[in-house]
Design a protein around this ligand. Structure first.
Ligand SMILES: Nc1ncnc2c1ncn2[C@@H]1O[C@H](COP(=O)(O)OP(=O)(O)OP(=O)(O)O)[C@@H](O)[C@H]1O
Ligand SMILES: [Mg+2]
Length: 225
């Protein structure tokens, strides 16, 4: 489904360069549940942003269903981001001038998706907060809003960058169950996490250190679980 071949990303500021990812290669198949772990600065967010079609690598290729996402037309890349992916950003990136409900509706492709808004708000104890603006929310409320926005359109692939980083145990468990359900229904998950208990459900675990893969553990194929 997703194939990374020798991905390298170098950040440059003036004459200073920093290699954030070096020669990263791995495959993710449909239905896989992959966790990405590693210390702060290891390159996890950079990797997720590259897979999401948001940050161009300096070299290497990423294939989605055998087509190189960075070699295709801009319209196709937008389509890939919008129609195939749900993305939970580490910094949430909610639209400040839109309410919680409007932020989430922006990600809905049809009335069926939008019809699930109240269900998700209820699940995450956000009922009655649909008309609030992001600046009026706690960090955990923003994170839950960002998660609903990512999952409501039932994307083929869910990319989530520390999606439970600011959640209390109750909401964390709701989020884990929703990711589990999404995965059981055939969704593909790539999850960045510092939390070992979130890796329990994964069949692939990638450890990044200083921009390089330390191990790439393939567990039981998720379809056999
Ligand atoms: N736009 C940028 N310009 C320059 N350096 C950057 C940029 N973005 C990230 N970096 C650097 O690249 C490295 C990897 O950053 P990245 O955000 O991918 O790490 P991370 O593994 O997600 O860390 P964390 O766990 O703290 O979120 C870091 O050392 C960071 O300082
Ligand atoms: Mg990060």
């Amino acid at each position: 489904m997703i194939e990374l071949r020798d991905i390298t990303k170098i950040y440059t500021r003036g004459s200073v360069t920093f290699t954030a990812l070096k020669d990263i290669s791995f495959n993710i198949n449909k239905g896989d549940y992959c966790t990405v772990v590693g210390s702060s600065g290891a390159g996890k967010s950079t990797l997720l942003n590259i897979i999401a079609g948001l940050v161009h690598p300096d070299s290497g290729n990423i294939y989605y269903n055998r087509s190189d996402i960075y070699q295709q037309k801009a319209g196709d890349l937008n389509n890939y981001r919008r129609k195939r992916l749900g993305f939970v950003f580490q910094q949430f990136y909610l639209m400040p001038y839109l309410t919680v409900a409007e932020n989430i509706r922006l990600a809905c492709h049809n009335k069926q998706h939008a019809g699930k808004l109240d269900f998700y708000l209820g699940k995450f104890s956000l009922s009655g907060m649909g008309n609030k603006y992001p600046s009026e929310l706690s960090v955990g409320e923003k994170q839950r809003t960002a998660f609903i926005r990512a999952i409501i359109s039932e994307p083929e692939m869910l990319l989530a960058d520390e999606p439970a980083g600011n959640l209390d145990p109750g909401n964390r468990s709701v989020l884990m169950n929703l990711i589990g359900e999404y995965h059981k229904n055939g969704g593909t998950v790539i999850l960045v996490t510092h939390d070992p208990s979130m890796s329990e459900h994964s069949n692939i675990s990638i450890t990044l250190e200083k921009g390089m893969i330390q191990n790439n553990t393939m567990r039981v194929p998720s379809t056999q679980k």
